[in-house]
Ligand binder design. Sequence first.
Ligand SMILES: Cc1ncc(C[n+]2csc(CCOP(=O)(O)OP(=O)(O)O)c2C)c(N)n1
Ligand code: SF4
Ligand SMILES: [Mg+2]
Length: 374
Amino acid sequence: MSAEAKTTPPVTPVVPPMEPTVVTPPAKPTPVASPGPGKNRLGLTVLDYRGANSTLCAGCGHDAISAHITKASFELGLEQWNVAKLSGIGCSSKTPAYFLGRAHGFNSVHGRMPSVATGASLANRKLTLLGVSGDGDSASIGIGQLIHMMRRNVRMLYIVENNGVYGLTKGQFSATADEGSSLKDGRTNELPPVDLCGLALEMGCTFVARSFSGDPKQMLPLIKAALAHRGTAVIDVISPCVTFNDHEGSSKSRKACRDNEEPIHELGFVPHFEPITADYEPGTVREVKMHDGSTLVLKKLDKDYDPTDRMNAIMTVKRAAFDKQFLTGLFYVDQKAENLGEKCSLVEEPLARLPDSSLRPAASALDQLMKSFM
Ligand SMILES: Cc1ncc(C[n+]2csc(CCOP(=O)(O)OP(=O)(O)O)c2C)c(N)n1
Ligand code: SF4
Ligand SMILES: [Mg+2]
């Protein structure tokens, strides 16, 4: 032991006793009977659902997606205090700062958002979880996490802003880049792509859709339905990177998406708090009743598509990939599958709000539990 150590008395830090923290949930906003023009059922305007100003490149597809999320949340009358925005790392993962400025937010480590979301969904089953990731974040470093989140059916909306490149690190090919597509400097991608919708369908994901950031007509009902879904909802949104992947030779440029998008149906969404008013010709629409009482309306285009048939969805997505078709729409939805919280028989009440009486069972209750194991 050194001389200094012998003479210096050890310093004991004085730690004040911890005060118990009482978390009081904010009062639930009361729906407004006649909210007035430009206001939603909570009496809020769309501006109330905005976030900070975007720092992305002008024209980036990711900004369009933020605008769709903002609008869909406003129209649904989402209570932001009950929403948690989650992301990984990338230009896409920066975007939760640009919408729902009054919601909770967690910007996780690269590719690690699914495990943070899984924990949050178990700790608080009442939270609306809205994850935004990129194709690099989801299909490379985070692919293992993504797979397990989907097979566990964690209740959340997971949007992949898919531009085929690592935008934030200056435009390298990502794992979703199509074989044969080229970078601006002429280099060609020789590897087969990861098809995120195909992967999601294989992994048992219970809501699988593909869309294009420049298609608000399709994006809005999809986002609303995904938020009403009671399990994992994955929307793979092709979102052009105007700086690194918007040239001829890219299959994810704005022009390629606009020219080639082929929707499998037209989508409409009627939230549970609104009556269904449209009158459709018999046989022209298919309705999907969501768990919360909302209705997703799928209007037939050239042929009928059944989004409740997983095998057909797998075949459709694989065929489209083989034919190099940019097919969009809701490929699959299952409203019956239990989510992770339900499978674990977790209490509905957020764990942080459980009272001592529930957290500290009496000795007799523990005795009874022990006897049940004998
Ligand atoms: C552990 C780790 N590895 C690598 C990086 C570098 N990195 C930052 S963002 C990124 C890729 C982002 O691509 P994507 O998810 O497609 O987002 P985009 O920027 O295209 O929206 C990489 C590799 C990092 N931040 N952390
Ligand atoms: S680099 Fe690409 S992905 Fe990133 S903000 Fe600019 S356009 Fe968007
Ligand atoms: Mg990307």
